[in-house]
Design a protein around this ligand. Sequence first.
Ligand code: FES
Length: 121
Amino acid sequence: MASTYPSSDGSVVDRSDLVFLCPVDDVVEGEPLAVEVEGCPPLAVYRIGEQYFVTSNVCTHSYSLLTEGYQEGDQIECAVHGGTFDIRTGEATAFPCQEPLVTYPVTVVDGRIGIPTAGIS
Ligand code: FES
């Protein structure tokens, strides 16, 4: 039985190498979802069209949860000072944010969103 799946970064991952965050049905476009999973930093899960993305949920400018901000297309705006990031790449796209967000490749398995355990820090 196959246990490997394609990931959003083009790699192929084994199911046993993933940590599962939430069902895809919990993720609504424009409403980033905060996810707390033991052993992981605070994470944000986003939907853009039929694609899913996972980033750190902590703004790199100062401490703020990005899921308390506003998603506009592929941009997430921090609620505290209005800086923005590209959800797809983590790139900081508006001042005062300058440091990129950590992003994680996403693998969907059986309707659940997974990220590699190896990349979690
Ligand atoms: S804390 Fe996010 S922009 Fe300042």
